[in-house]
Design a protein around this ligand. Structure first.
Ligand SMILES: Nc1ncnc2c1ncn2[C@@H]1O[C@H](COP(=O)(O)OP(=O)(O)OP(=O)(O)O)[C@@H](O)[C@H]1O
Length: 704
């Protein structure tokens, strides 16, 4: 394989003491000096690396210095693998995923990747997708879609090393990649939390592009693998350790066998000794209690640095690959069908594999994959729900709903306060206006009557002027309140809008949607009941107060014509209260009705959509069946045609042979007849001789 030769870069990252190490009174056994790592305690050992970092250096800096420039090459069609290697609990997940404050290598790769894509998209078209799997000794788990179908590692002539059966989800931006990567990590933590140390997680981001400046849209493809390996000391990592050692010691023969050792070593075939830039981040603990594991890791770093890869750009050769696959399949088919002995099993297996490769190669159009990715979305949510991850999604929804509701409630409170302020200001303003009018009227009256003294006139004009100024200021203040109210209104609308968008996005899955809607309805009903109860209590209190006031008036001697008048007034107040409660109840029932109607409408819509999806799926299944049927039919026809040809050839051969035999037979018969004739002649001659005495010549010939 030609291409640029380059070594695996091995970088060391040292993590701080954990609580348990502190509890064991661990002391520090690791020092970093430039690119060298020094292991103390016992005999001091120094290890060379391609970069060494303590925990005081952020994940971001490790990424910037050791990975960023390589990620930029991915956009030009080169493969890249970044893998975390180290003992259990040494910080592999920390460097790969990171935290919110200190994002790990994964999120940073996604960001750089899409920045580069954006910068290059003037004359290039890109297509990005992600597959994320977990591998343990028990097999695979699809972390983006835990379906439980069979998966296996295969080498595809065009796509390179792939995990057959794993879902491929299309990503349109770095947020998509981040969301899916994060979701995969959560799935991994939920599905097998106690087996974290013994599993490998491999995220494969495929980047494809077409050059828009060429007529045929020439393309290149590449892949970034983000690998979080199982603990180096676990049995799951044994194969990887052996492979790293064999490759580092240039034992080609061993490594060829070792690649086939396990799923993970097969997957790492390009990363270790193949076509990929590779950065290995070896994670270690600084504590002396981990010294022996740290030593093993650092020794392996030395070995890994000796591994060389051959990196080359990957052109998109789908059409060539397809035609070569077709040729090879035809060749094998002919061989299998024409062979007189039973078909060679290896040939049959090989042909099956090639047919699979061909089918996959034919499905590589971007549109087809986008469509598949979309249809995976439904299945994905369904499988997440089946695995109990729905609860987690629901929790997120609930948390999101609660936060949004709290924010909306706070805005409502601010609004209520402002409205009260507005009302008071408005009343004050009205009073001031009245006051001003009265003052102006007084002043006009006074001047008309010509009674006003100069001082008084001045004072009155001054007061009117002051009041006018005050009024102006208050009018401004009221305008400001109105503006703030409008802003709050807008904010509340935006929050509600966002809440609606979030819940409708999450309602993509019907099961999830029904449960969320049912919860929302229950919550709404409970809120309504509480509100009605509150209102009832308030009414009762007001009613009691009103009754008490009427009784007080009566006691104070307010004249009611009869005792009935008091009673009537009381009843009237009671009825008023009841009326408002009933109005309130009616309003809330109306709201509940609207909500139910909306739910029904949504359900109907969802059913319709689901029906359409199912129809599409049926149609697709039918098409798949037809494709398989057509292919099998063509194969059978080919085989029968061949058999027929053979049979005809055989018949022709047999008929030729038959005529030959007949001719031979005829010739033989003729010979026989001639011989018979000769015999008869000879017999006749013999009889003649016996009746005559022998001549001299006949005596001579008998003697000779
Ligand atoms: N650079 C770091 N700075 C601060 N804390 C860290 C750092 N690296 C790791 N840790 C902490 O150390 C602990 C173990 O880290 P982590 O889970 O990443 O290890 P791991 O190697 O992935 O473990 P496992 O093999 O079980 O998957 C975690 O609590 C993590 O937060």
């Amino acid at each position: 394989m030609s291409g640029e030769k380059c070594s695996v870069q091995a970088v060391v990252r040292c993590r701080p003491f954990t609580e348990s190490e502190k509890g064991k009174n661990a002391s520090r056994a690791v020092k970093v000096s430039g690119d060298k790592v020094i292991l103390q305690g016992g005999k001091e050992q120094t290890f060379s690396t391609d970069g060494s970092y303590f925990w005081d250096v952020a994940n971001g800096q490790v990424y910037k210095e050791k990975c960023e420039s390589l990620v930029k090459k991915v956009v030009d069609g080169f493969n890249l693998t970044i893998m975390a290697y180290g003992q259990t609990g040494s910080g592999k997940s920390y460097i790969m995923h990171g935290t919110e404050e200190d994002p790990g290598i994964g999120p940073q790769v996604f960001q750089t990747l899409f920045r580069q894509i954006e910068a290059a998209s003037d004359n290039r078209d890109f297509f990005v997708s992600i597959t994320y799997v977990q591998i343990s000794e028990n097999g695979f788990i699809d972390l983006l879609n835990p379906h439980g179908n069979e998966m296996k590692v295969r080498q595809h002539p065009q796509l390179g090393i792939i995990v057959e059966g794993a879902s491929e989800i299309v990503a349109h931006n770095d947020e998509d990649l981040n969301r899916l990567y994060d979701q995969g990590n959560r799935v991994s933590a939920i599905i097998q939390p106690d087996q974290k140390a013994g599993v490998h997680r491999v995220a494969m981001v495929r980047v494809e592009q077409k050059d828009l400046s060429t007529l045929d849209g020439q393309g290149v493809r590449s892949q970034v693998n983000l690998v979080d390996l199982a603990g180096a000391e676990t049995s799951a990592c044994k194969g990887v350790n052996a492979l790293l050692t064999a490759l580092g010691e240039s034992k080609k023969k061993d490594s060829n066998v070792l690649y086939r050792d396990s799923h993970i070593t097969r997957l790492l075939q390009d990363a270790l000794g193949g076509n990929s830039y590779t950065v290995m981040v070896a994670t270690i603990s600084a504590a002396d209690v981990c010294a022996s594991q740290t030593q093993s890791t650092l020794q392996l770093v030395q070995t890994a640095r000796k591994i060389t890869n051959q990196v080359k750009q990957n052109p998109d050769e789908t059409s060539t690959v397809i035609s070569e696959l077709r040729k090879e399949i035809t060749r094998l088919r002919t061989k299998i069908s024409s062979s007189s002995s039973p078909a060679d099993r290896d040939d049959v297996i090989k042909m099956e594999e090639l047919v699979k490769d061909l089918q996959l190669a034919k499905k590589q159009s971007w549109e087809e994959r986008e469509r598949l990715s979309d249809s995976n979305e439904e299945e994905r949510k369904h499988n997440l729900a089946n695995k109990g991850i729905l609860e987690w999604v629901m929790d997120a929804v609930r948390r999101g709903n609660k936060d949004t509701r709290e924010r909306i409630l706070q805005i409502q409170k601010d609004k209520d306060k402002l409205q009260l302020e507005y009302k008071e200001k408005r009343q004050q303003l009205d009073r001031m206006k009245d006051d001003l009018q009265a003052k102006i009227a007084d002043y006009t009256k006074m001047t008309e009557m010509g009674k006003a003294k100069e001082d008084e006139t001045k004072a009155r004009v001054g007061a009117i002027h002051d009041l006018k100024e005050h009024l102006k200021r208050e009018t401004e203040a009221i305008k400001d309140i109105k503006k703030r109210l409008k802003d709050l209104q807008e904010k509340q609308r935006a929050e509600k809008e966002e809440a609606r968008a979030t819940s409708s996005a999450l309602k993509g899955n019907s099961e999830l949607r029904y449960r969320i809607e049912a919860e929302e309805r229950q919550k709404f009903e409970a809120e309504n009941r509480a509100m009605i109860k509150e209102e009832l209590d308030r009414m009762k209190m007001e009613l009691e107060q009103e009754k008490a006031e009427i009784q007080l008036k009566e006691a104070q001697g307010v004249q009611y014509t009869t005792k009935d008048a008091v009673q009537l007034e009381m009843q009237l107040a009671e009825m008023k209260a009841e009326k408002s409660v009933i109005t309130l109840q009616l309003q809330s029932l109306e709201q509940e009705k609207n909500m139910l109607e909306k739910t029904m409408e949504n359900t109907q819509k969802a059913h319709k959509e689901e029906m359409e999806i199912q129809q599409l799926q049926h149609f697709q299944t039918f098409r798949n069946f037809r494709e398989v049927f057509e292919e099998q039919k063509a194969a059978l026809e080919g085989r029968y045609r061949k058999l027929l040809e053979d049979a005809i050839q055989d018949a022709v051969f047999l008929s030729d042979r038959n005529s030959e035999l007949e001719q031979e037979n005829q010739a033989l018969k003729q010979e026989l007849a001639e011989m018979k004739d000769e015999m008869t002649i000879l017999k006749g001659a013999g009889a003649g001789r016996r009746s005559r005495p022998p001549t001299a010549s006949s005596t001579r010939s008998a003697a000779s």
